[in-house]
Design a protein around this ligand. Sequence first.
Ligand code: NAD
Ligand code: UFG
Length: 333
Amino acid sequence: MKILITGGTGYIGSHAAVELITAGHEVEILDNLCNSKRDVLGKIEEITGVEPKFYDVDLRDAEALERVFEESDFEAVMHFAGLKAVGESVEKPLEYYENNVGGTINLLECMEAYAVKKLVFSSSATVYGVQESPEYTEEMVTGLKISSPYGRTKAMIEEIIQDVAQSDPEFEATILRYFNPIGNHSSGLIGEDPNGTPNNLMPFITKVATGEIPVLAVFGNDFATSDGTCIRDYIHVVDLAKGHVIAMEQSTPGVKIYNLGSGKGTSVMEMVKLFSRVSGKNLPYKVVERRAGDLAEFYANPSKAERELGWKVELTVEDAMRDTLKYLQENEQ
Ligand code: NAD
Ligand code: UFG
């Protein structure tokens, strides 16, 4: 299949590109490089032997986007491009709505105009908002009590995709709700390399490990969990990327929604201890105030993806940490 990957030089998109090429698909990448670097393309080639064609295009630029669709005959689109910093979205909500929702509307318009009818979309567990149970299933009501404008862009885009599918019985969409992606390709060649300050736990742990940050700030240890720190479902990004390939290959008309997570929760303190064990070095940390909006605990019920797609995680949090260390080594040279 010939597939356009939006956001394909980014963290998850680049791993999806590798898995798609490895599975025999033809991949082209579109990205405006606002949070990734062009040299990722060469790294994808080093891993797979193929350098994907690249379009330096912003999804908000409708004319440039149309030229991409004119130039190529895609069968499918994997849509990763978007802004993802929760805190920043609170400060700049309009930027997030314009980029994520506006960009997606332009993309869906081009797909309609050029009769590209297969889509896989990067959604997030954040669309579940606050629920009574920490174990999230796809049947739960979404869109309520979402903690940030970023999260609301994901919920809105899910609704837009549902409406588009409703209007065209041939349209095929798979919405994948990710839990907490960590790790990188085992070669250490591609990984999470955000421009500017990171937002998530693993990149912060990485910065402490390299000495860029002296100590990890643990945001609160008075939550209602076994050790008082927040519990999340960390999923190796390669497992996540493989889930995309399977979802795309098994896509049928209509909208399907799947949680992609491991089903297992790990606390922040457990993450600190695991990283220290895997790296053989103590990771300095300090407990500080809670971060606004953090939920004590949530994790995926991933049984629908296993039942319907035959997908489940194969790698562990320790594997992800080992691969992160390899990525650090590769990037030191
Ligand atoms: P990332 O920032 O590494 O990748 C996103 C890419 O999109 C970047 O390369 C960026 O340059 C590009 N981009 C942003 N706006 C664009 C635009 N208007 N036009 C063209 N390119 C644009 O992030 P990621 O972690 O790889 O996330 C990929 C997707 O998965 C995002 O939609 C994100 O919201 C979603 N997601 C990520 C996580 C996570 O924890 N990483 C969790 C749930 C969902
Ligand atoms: N944490 C720390 N110190 C840090 C960074 C994070 O203690 O320096 C803690 C957080 O408080 C949280 C846990 O580590 O308890 C995980 O935090 P992340 O920021 O890595 O992940 P979140 O679960 O908070 O964020 C995820 C996704 C977002 C999504 C959000 C909302 O990354 O895309 O869930 O549910 F919007």
